[in-house]
Design a protein around this ligand. Structure first.
Ligand code: UDP
Ligand code: MG
Length: 159
């Protein structure tokens, strides 16, 4: 009983944004397939157009950078798909799967390493850490938009 509690405690939710290049290039399915195959669970998903106001919040650490204007232009150039993924240590798992920011330096096998070549067009946003993930999820989703269900392979995926 106590063991089950410990495993459950490490189950996190994290925010992913499939960025405009993922939609325009038709590779959203490939990215989602990787996250599903890993054993992560999609618990919320919606398509939207981002705007400068929300990007100033979401990328508040970058507002003063010279590339911020270009970043806004890119992130508002087409719709995005905003998602919440759930799993054991999901935030660090998705960050690792995304790869580093500059896709030319991202390892082959990562999403950015395999599908992108130049910033800012690096296909996916993934929350930096668990605290930030909680803030980012709240920015885009109400509690009622985040679902709870059991994956059929859950007992096999988890020890
Ligand atoms: N970005 C950019 N130039 C930079 C750094 C970042 O265009 O020098 C863009 C890129 O799309 C990146 C996003 O801004 O994914 C957010 O930057 P951050 O440093 O938070 O990187 P991330 O967490 O996405 O890896
Ligand atoms: Mg970041």
């Amino acid at each position: 009983m106590q063991f089950i509690f410990l495993v459950k405690k490490m189950i996190e939710q994290t925010l992913v944004i499939l960025k405009p290049d993922a939609l325009v290039r038709g590779i959203t399915g490939k990215v989602i397939d990787r996250l599903e195959s890993k054993g992560l669970k999609l618990v919320a998903s919606k398509m939207m157009m981002l705007n400068e106001e929300v990007l100033k919040q979401h990328y508040s650490h970058l507002v003063d950078k010279p590339f911020f204007g270009g970043l806004v232009e890119y992130m508002t150039s087409a719709p995005v798909i905003v998602q919440v993924w759930e799993g054991k240590e999901a935030t660090s798992v998705v960050r690792l799967m995304a790869g580093v920011t500059n896709p030319r330096q991202a390892q082959p096998g990562t999403i950015r390493g395999d599908f992108a070549i130049d910033i800012p067009k690096n296909v996916i946003h993934a929350s930096e850490n668990y605290e930030i993930a909680k803030q980012e999820i709240a920015r885009f989703f109400n509690d009622s938009e985040i679902y709870s269900y059991k994956r059929i392979d859950e007992d096999m995926l988890y020890e």
